[in-house]
Design a protein around this ligand. Structure first.
Ligand SMILES: [Zn+2]
Length: 156
């Protein structure tokens, strides 16, 4: 969603509201529904725009423990100040600045905030002991219990 910065700067109202509904493409995460939400852009001054909004998404992630895909509903907010500059935006400052003659890429800002809202450990709710990778570090008491369970097979 590209919003011409000039339309924000020249709007009669200080604050403009927007509805957002868009399918965002991610590198590793799979989006199950379009991201939906509402946001508003407030002209704090001719140089500063404040973007505030609340969004919802549903993602399919791969579990860090068992590797199985699972669904994760996410609610996240955006609260970001944008500096309006006259010249073109350089790649180093692209996150916090917009050009007065260019567009504000709301989708990109929302994508970044969604990624920040994701948990650092993505777990589907599976039990640690079911994962083969954790088997080596298993508690000795559980190991003893396991060997009992596995005995019938082991004897053959
Ligand atoms: Zn899992």
């Amino acid at each position: 969603m590209d919003i011409p910065v000039v339309s924000i700067l020249q709007a009669t109202e200080k604050t403009t509201r927007y509805s957002f509904q868009e399918t965002i493409v991610f590198d590793d995460e799979k989006l199950l529904d379009p991201v939906v939400g509402e946001f508003e852009i407030t002209r704090a001054s001719n140089q500063i725009l404040q973007v505030k909004g609340l969004f919802k998404a549903r993602l399919q992630l791969a579990c860090d423990r068992c590797g199985e895909p699972f669904e994760l509903p996410v609610e996240f907010d955006v609260d970001e100040g944008l500096e309006v500059i006259d010249g073109p935006v350089t790649s180093e400052e692209v996150n916090e600045t917009v050009s007065a003659t260019g567009n504000f890429d709301a989708t990109d800002l929302i994508r970044q905030n969604l990624l920040l809202a994701l948990p650092t450990r993505r777990l589907c709710g599976c039990e640690p002991l079911t994962n083969q990778a954790d088997a080596d570090s298993v508690d000795p008491r559980w190991a003893a219990l396991r060997s009992i369970h596995q005995e019938p097979n082991g004897k053959h």
